[in-house]
Design a binder for this molecule. Structure first.
Ligand SMILES: [Fe+2]
Length: 260
């Protein structure tokens, strides 16, 4: 594919200039978008030979475009209290003409198949599991984007105070325990569904468990090298049982499945 990345970056900057960049929520999403785009490209180049690096990068640039209107209209990133930002963004892009605004000459640059890949990967990026019945190619792009997004979530969760992320008081954070069901998920090396999270630290463990959902070896390598998962694991609880549990997780997190 023959993509003019500078033109896309220019169009993206122009699009987001209509939002208040001093609002930390907006600034966070701008930085997140650029990082995810570059991570998508790295993962594609390293582990997915059939994926186009330009298309992978573009997918990252567009994946959270719904966040800007979401925060302008609803003042929140909580989908359950507003809109599903992935569906919302894809509707703006593929039904309201935003794609043509952000990708100059989209008609010439993107084939039907590439357009479909963009749409499917964006619509699927925040789901617990991707939809069934996707082609092998579509699945590969979905996994690239989901991996890249998760890797950057680790960074965001380290750079933002936990009180803010989880909407909890310091006291609550320090004293909370971890539910048995959530521990079970960690030991099974799987993601933690929202419905079984009971305490604020369950959410933190849930974020740590995203490590197990990474599909490509490059993603795990990058996540490990960046050190943000280890920082999340260094959380100092005042609750002795939680402390013990975090020590256990530290021991197990980077082991391969056969080693555990
Ligand atoms: Fe997103």
């Amino acid at each position: 594919m023959n993509l003019n990345r500078q033109a896309v970056q220019r169009a993206f900057r122009e699009y987001v200039s209509a939002y208040d960049a001093k609002d930390p929520k907006i600034a966070l999403k701008i930085a997140h978008t650029c990082r995810v785009a570059s991570l998508c490209e790295t993962i594609a180049r390293e582990d997915v030979p059939q994926a186009d690096p330009d298309l992978s990068w573009l997918m990252g640039m567009l994946h959270d475009i719904g966040r800007f209107e979401q925060v302008r209209i609803y003042h929140t990133f909580i989908d359950s209290a507003s809109v599903d930002h992935a569906m919302f963004g894809a509707d703006l892009l593929f039904q309201e003409g935003l794609l043509e605004q952000l990708v100059p000459d989209a008609q010439q640059v993107l084939t039907e198949k590439e357009r479909r890949i963009l749409e499917i990967s964006i619509r699927n990026h925040n789901r617990y599991r991707i939809e069934e019945s996707l082609t092998e190619d579509e699945q590969a792009y979905c996994h690239i984007l989901r991996d890249a997004d998760k890797i950057d979530i680790f960074r965001v969760n380290c750079d933002t105070p936990l009180q803010e992320i989880y909407n909890a008081s310091t006291e609550e954070l320090l004293n909370a325990g971890v539910s048995e069901d959530v521990k079970e998920c960690f030991l099974r090396r799987t993601a933690v569904e929202r419905s079984i999270r009971r305490t604020v630290i369950d959410h933190l463990v849930g974020h740590i468990c995203l490590t197990f959902e990474l599909v490509y070896p490059a993603s795990t390598r990058i996540a490990r090298e960046q050190g943000y998962v280890d920082r999340l694991l260094s959380f100092q609880s005042a609750n002795p049982e939680t402390r013990e549990w975090f020590d256990r997780m530290k021991e197990l997190i980077w082991k391969t499945e056969d080693e555990t």
